[in-house]
Design a protein around this ligand. Structure first.
Ligand SMILES: Cc1cc2nc3c(=O)[nH]c(=O)nc-3n(C[C@H](O)[C@H](O)[C@H](O)COP(=O)(O)OP(=O)(O)OC[C@H]3O[C@@H](n4cnc5c(N)ncnc54)[C@H](O)[C@@H]3O)c2cc1C
Length: 497
């Protein structure tokens, strides 16, 4: 019986269980399908598609080195399965479980149904140490540790493909270029592919991690001292187990790096925890994690949204971060938190459109991390405090000379250092041709703090009354606060849904 190996967000051959199991059982048909119903959803964009195409070129090459071939199609999955069934008869389908949004969740349900109705087996394999149905932090921890302790799955040495190939499939990855998808091409982003992922991990473990902790919050220095593995993990060019294992090995051999690599490891674990959370609640892309906070922000201001999106707010650090993101597809953790806080807390915009806009811009868009993180920043999880950043203060702390701002906001390239984060105070401001600030940041943050605090308080009071006067778990005085440096939400994470 033919073994169809369905690649999704796992574009590699090493430590790839579906590929290993499929090729162990007989003839293999490796496929990658561009599903219009997924790609034309609003969260994906051309930069993701480019990254995937780059990854597929390498994957196709790697498969051909062991006698295999990668087959691709632009079609819905059910049509592909139908065509395989007509040409090859009964087959097994092997894939990694996908932990995504409600769109991929229901697509997987349809595929399962399709296979079941024909009495065909669909073998789905665990990824990220995530377990279907795991609801508590302790069961997650246990599963995660045992998943990470497993040996890597070897890549197949030899592979046989079937003689007859269904008409819907092609072995030309280049053909995928004709598919149209929203967004602009990215010129300065990371390039997709398994070998790039491994190179990136190696250079991080050998050298780049040395200032990981001290540079984590600095927008410019973090570009080199953070691992930059995120797009490779998001599109599966490297397995998280491989990264965890190699990091643990590096820690044994290099005691001086323990602190840096421990912090890095906690990021990897948080990655998996947040993926587990979306697995348990795939609706979080569009709905507040805590339903009580669904309509916390009711205002919409299209002009303010556009100015934020284009990096034209007149607040240098916000604009530099947004322009950097458009150009490169990456900004560090704190800049991500700050731009979300600016849009949704300072400007009080509902979080959903900014979340989709950022998903399209982050080359490493990973739904589980993305929507959890956004909702943590804006306070709709019900368990996190709302963090309101002051980008002027943050700029002075993390980019004191303004090197990051100058690089991306070229209007400010030559402004004296004293004014870099408050150019409106510069006597020659009007000759700079830079936007006047969209808000007075201190005043806007105070208004936001008072408003969000009172809404949160109202919701909590209502909940308390509904819960028959049971005391609330969350302290009101923590409703809105200024984030601490290097605070990546590790500690505050409430896992039980
Ligand atoms: C609003 C917002 C949205 C985000 N959206 C995404 C996203 O779509 N995809 C994504 O990969 N990360 C996202 N993050 C988390 C974090 O900013 C990125 O993982 C990190 O900046 C990626 O760079 P790196 O690989 O160099 O990270 P490193 O610091 O080198 O960390 C290594 C890996 O650990 C994981 N990790 C690190 N920090 C976090 C964190 N706070 N939460 C979860 N996982 C973490 C990631 O897999 C990362 O690649 C988001 C953060 C915020 C505040």
């Amino acid at each position: 019986m033919i073994n169809v190996v369905w690649f999704k967000r796992d574009l590699r051959i090493h430590d790839h269980r579906p590929l290993f199991e499929g090729s162990r059982l007989g003839e293999v048909l490796p496929i990658y399908i561009v599903e219009p119903s997924l790609w034309q959803e609003h969260d994906l964009s051309l930069r993701h598609y480019q990254f995937v195409q780059e990854s597929l070129v390498e994957l196709s090459q790697q498969l051909s080195e062991v006698g295999g071939k990668l087959f691709v199609a632009i079609a819905e999955m059910e049509d592909v399965l139908e065509s395989i069934y007509e040409t090859l008869g009964a087959f097994r389908l092997h894939a990694h479980e996908e932990y995504g949004t409600s769109v991929t969740f229901s697509r997987d349900k349809r595929v399962r149904q399709w296979m079941k109705s024909r009495d065909l087996s669909f073998l789905e394999y665990q990824g990220f140490g995530v377990v279907r149905g795991s609801k508590t932090k302790s069961s997650f921890q246990k599963n995660w540790e045992s998943f990470m302790a497993e040996e890597f799955v070897p890549s197949p040495r030899q592979m046989m493909i079937p003689e007859n190939i269904p008409e819907i499939l092609s072995n030309s990855v280049e053909k995928l270029a004709k598919f149209h998808i929203q967004g602009d091409p990215i010129r300065f982003g990371q390039q997709g592919g398994e070998s790039k992922a491994i190179e990136t991990l190696e250079s991080f473990l050998e050298n780049r991690h040395k200032n990981y902790n001290s540079n984590l919050s600095k927008p410019l220095q973090s570009t080199a001292s953070c691992s930059r593995l995120s797009p490779y993990l998001a599109w599966g060019n490297i397995s998280i187990r491989y990264v965890v294992t190699k990091t643990r090995e590096a820690m044994v051999n290099n005691k001086d790096s323990k602190k840096q690599l421990e912090a890095f490891l906690s990021g990897l674990k948080l990655h998996c925890q947040l993926v587990q959370k979306i697995e348990n609640d795939p609706e979080m892309m569009t709905k507040a994690i805590s339903g009580d906070y669904e309509h916390m922000r009711q205002k919409w201001d299209e002009e303010a949204f556009q100015r934020w999106y284009e990096g034209n707010t007149g607040i240098p650090l916000v604009d530099a971060a947004m322009r950097c993101l458009h150009k490169t597809g990456w900004i560090n953790y704190r800049s991500r938190a700050m731009v979300v806080s600016f849009a949704c807390n300072t400007l009080l915009l509902d979080w959903r459109r900014p979340a989709i806009a950022l998903a399209q811009l982050f080359l490493d868009y990973e739904p589980g991390i993305h929507y959890n993180q956004i909702q943590m920043q804006v306070g709709t999880t019900g368990s996190q405090s709302i963090k309101i950043y002051n980008p002027v203060k943050m700029g002075k702390d993390e980019d004191p000379e303004g090197a990051f701002v100058r690089r991306y906001v070229t209007e400010l390239a030559n402004i004296p250092e004293k004014y870099i984060h408050e150019p409106w105070l510069y006597p020659g401001f009007y000759s700079l041709n830079y936007a006047t600030p969209i808000v007075d940041i201190q005043k806007a943050n105070k208004i936001a703090r008072d408003l969000l605090h009172s809404i949160k308080q109202e919701i909590e009071t209502k909940k308390r009354i509904e819960n028959q006067n049971e005391p609330s778990h969350h302290q009101h005085e923590h409703a809105t606060n200024e984030p601490k440096s290097n605070d990546r939400d590790f500690e505050q994470l409430s896992f039980d849904l």
